[in-house]
Design a protein around this ligand. Structure first.
Ligand SMILES: C[S@@+](CC[C@H](N)C(=O)[O-])C[C@H]1O[C@@H](n2cnc3c(N)ncnc32)[C@H](O)[C@@H]1O
Length: 274
């Protein structure tokens, strides 16, 4: 009875947290502005450890479940850049599944750089790791055949600049994929995702609320994602939700490809479909 009451209370709080999507932008501004929870500050050692231990495996599970989507969004050959690669669980997975790939993993956190270096030791030297910021990528223009980033852009202090940097280092015709928690995500999708966290089941309800407020609450919604893509020299730019997950993706191909593509500004479909 008491347990049932608590469960019902938690369910209501979770639902309440998810109806707060509309104030998500203010929430981000208030929290970052007051310095209370500035997710654009570099990861501390314990944050990096916590993420790598409890959350990153859930992101990797999601990636594995949606491998068909990822295979379409991430080129299987050439030299790719992963921006904000974290501890490299996804880097190692992508490198091991695609022997034709070379990956440069980049992250701001020393702790994560050490982890990804360790984790990708078995990849025949096809992964190299760089510590740098997404806002100042230390590579010449048009270096990479593809650039992707997973769950990192919400941490960048200047997302427009980071996106422009990603496109700058992309070769013409190369693909961009930026995935992030969707501020407009559905409660059920968040529950399913948080269900994969490697934390005790009893705290998963609270983790759903924390995800809403502290993760998705800081992410872009579909309109933000479209605004981030607008004006970039991308062909086939689109922002869409990844159905069944609490994430959205921003996709595009650098314009001026061999086929003579030109940027199609303002061509992002209103409903996110192709
Ligand atoms: C939530 S983790 C995601 C890690 C990994 N992509 C994954 O999905 O498991 C975000 C990562 O972005 C990195 N990061 C944050 N701000 C960054 C920046 N300005 N430049 C590069 N990396 C950054 C953090 O250090 C952290 O490792």
């Amino acid at each position: 009875m008491v347990g049932g009451g608590l469960g019902l209370g938690l369910d209501l709080v979770e639902r309440l947290a998810y109806t707060m999507g509309a104030v998500g932008r203010d929430w981000r501004a208030i929290m970052i502005g007051s310095g209370s929870f500035d997710i654009t500050a570099p990861y501390s050692a314990w944050e990096a450890w916590f993420y790598d231990r409890f959350i990153a495996p859930a992101v990797l599970d999601l990636k594995k479940e949606r491998d068909a989507d990822f295979a379409q969004m991430i080129p299987p050959r050439g030299h790719l850049l992963e921006v904000g690669c974290g501890g490299g669980q996804i880097t190692a997975d992508i490198a091991s599944r695609n022997p034709g790939l070379q990956i440069t993993g980049l992250d701001l956190s020393w702790g994560q750089v050490k982890r990804v270096t360790r984790r990708t030791r078995g990849c025949d030297g096809r992964v190299r790791v760089v510590r740098a910021s997404a806002l100042d990528l230390p590579f010449p223009d048009e270096t990479f055949d593809g650039v992707y980033s997973i769950a990192s852009i919400k941490h960048w202090p200047d997302q427009e600049r980071g996106m422009a940097e990603c496109v700058r280092v992309l070769r013409r015709g190369g693909r961009l994929m930026v995935l992030e928690a969707d501020r407009g995500c559905k409660l059920d999708d968040a529950r399913r995702f948080v269900g994969r966290y490697r934390v005790p089941a009893v705290i998963k309800g609270l983790a759903v609320i924390a995800f809403r407020m502290g993760v998705a609450g800081y992410g872009p919604d579909l309109d933000d994602a479209r605004a981030l893509l607008a004006g970039l020299p991308l062909a086939e730019a689109e922002a869409r939700r990844l159905d069944g997950t609490p994430a959205l993706v921003m996709l595009g191909r650098k314009a001026g490809a061999r086929g003579g593509d030109r940027p199609k500004r303002g061509r992002i479909p209103a409903d996110g479909s192709e």
